[in-house]
Design a protein around this ligand. Structure first.
Ligand SMILES: Cc1cc2nc3c(=O)[nH]c(=O)nc-3n(C[C@H](O)[C@H](O)[C@H](O)COP(=O)(O)O)c2cc1C
Length: 182
């Protein structure tokens, strides 16, 4: 499956990028994951949404072509990082490329509750009319990687419990996509 990953952190040593790199290796070749470069997107501006710069067009095309989108994000001040909100605002307009798109969300933080507030906010944002994505329902599927600085080493997740939970959620996401066609 052609999967597009959107990471909410731009940091070189990002724990959320550690999660993404782990996903890329662990679920290949079933998942072919490419990552969007949301840090290079300009700030969303309605004045240019009908003729956006090439980097925005390329991002919209990446999302259109993806069979599924994974959002891996830290929590910033009890919400999602601005860079991720900006990317979602671009996706919410004109062609509305996220409508009906299967989405899996996950997040890693150094805190105790592992991005719970950010993910709750993110689900609300993804439900807005401009995005209206098909997000894997939360019951049993919330990937909240807390104390993540202890669970990543050399850019990969090493915590067996977390890896085994990821296996279950990824498996449920794959089945859910197959059985819940719009
Ligand atoms: C601006 C900022 C705000 C943060 N706010 C929160 C927060 O609200 N909740 C939380 O659990 N961690 C918060 N953190 C700590 C992050 O969980 C931690 O920095 C994490 O490593 C960020 O993800 P990354 O490693 O992928 O960059 C914040 C960090 C920054 C830089």
């Amino acid at each position: 499956m052609n999967v597009l990953a959107i990471v909410g952190s731009l940091r070189n040593e990002s724990l959320n990028s550690c999660v993404l790199e782990t996903l890329k290796e662990r679920y290949a070749p079933e998942w072919s994951i490419s990552a969007a470069d949301i840090g290079s997107l300009p700030f969303y501006n309605q004045d240019i949404e009908l003729s956006p710069p090439p980097i925005v067009k390329a991002f919209l095309e990446q999302v259109t072509e993806a069979e599924a989108v994974i959002i891996v994000t830290p929590e910033y001040n009890w919400s999602i990082p601005g860079v991720l909100k900006n990317a979602l605002d671009w996706l919410s307009r004109v062609e509305k490329v996220m409508v009906g798109k299967p989405v899996l969300i996950m997040g890693a933080s150094t805190g105790m509750i592992g991005t719970l507030r950010a993910q709750t906010h993110l689900r609300q944002i993804l439900s807005s009319p401009g995005l209206n994505a098909r997000v894997l329902p939360p019951g049993g599927n919330e990937v909240l990687i807390n104390l993540a600085d202890r669970k990543c080493r050399d850019g990969r997740l090493i915590n067996e419990e977390t890896l085994s939970f990821l296996d279950q959620v990824v498996n449920r996401f794959n089945n859910w996509i197959k059985t819940n066609k719009p």
